[in-house]
Design a protein around this ligand. Structure first.
Ligand SMILES: [Zn+2]
Length: 218
């Protein structure tokens, strides 16, 4: 039987089990706002194989043999999201892997440029391994230019660290990110400029800042 199946995708690398010869048709948001790929399956009874899909922001590095499937916007996130299907060789395990981190500002996965090696040369890695938080080149550059990133989240739905700050892994991000010059941040907020130059805050804080900026313009 021929059918079109839908698979949910997340930012970073995704592996989905698909009946052989399935072809990706479309990438976009489903009615619930979840990023999905729709795959045309000519024969739903065929043997299952793995497809690897990478969801990466525009300008972020992807596997050299990846094929572009589609681009979309994910919710209110301002960055465009690109989805690519990679060759099946990406699912083979290896003793080397490219290290990836997740950007604490935009939550995109990016390559750090480092290669990790298993000490006993065991074939245990995917082609890309996420090891922790960092900053993507774009947001690192803004930090180096002296900008504090304000990452909007719903504080009532976000998890917190023991020090009371929002836990980046449990932040309920609304998708809005704003950047403030360090000196402006120090003027506007009653908290010190954070070491990492990243501050999670409620959406209405960013809205209030935008309004302030407009008042200064006029
Ligand atoms: Zn980023």
């Amino acid at each position: 039987m021929r059918a079109v199946y839908k698979y949910q995708l997340e930012v970073g690398q995704n592996t989905v089990q698909v009946p052989e010869t399935g072809t990706p048709l479309y990438v976009g948001l489903d009615p619930d706002g979840i990023l999905c790929v729709w795959i045309d399956i000519p024969n739903t009874d065929a043997t299952m194989i793995s497809h690897a899909y990478i969801v990466a922001g525009t300008g972020h590095p992807v596997h050299s043999r990846a094929i572009h499937v589609g681009s979309t916007r994910q919710g209110v996130r301002l960055a465009r999201v690109q989805t690519v299907r990679a060759g099946d060789d990406m699912t083979n395990k290896s003793h080397v892997t490219m290290e990836a981190n997740v950007c604490v500002v935009c939550a995109e996965t990016f390559d750090t440029g480092a290669i990790l090696l298993d000490r006993q040369l065991r074939e245990r890695f995917e082609s890309r391994t996420t090891t922790g938080w960092g900053m993507c080149p774009h947001h690192e550059a803004l930090k180096d230019d002296g900008y504090v990133a304000l990452v909007a989240c719903d504080e009532s739905k976000s998890g917190r660290l023991s020090n009371g700050n929002v836990d980046p892994g449990k932040a309920w991000r609304t998708g809005t990110v704003a950047h403030l010059r360090r000196a402006v941040f120090a003027d506007v907020f009653n908290v010190p400029v954070p070491d990492m130059m990243v501050c999670f805050c409620d959406d209405n804080v960013i809205e209030a800042l935008v309004k302030m900026e407009h008042r200064e313009d006029t």
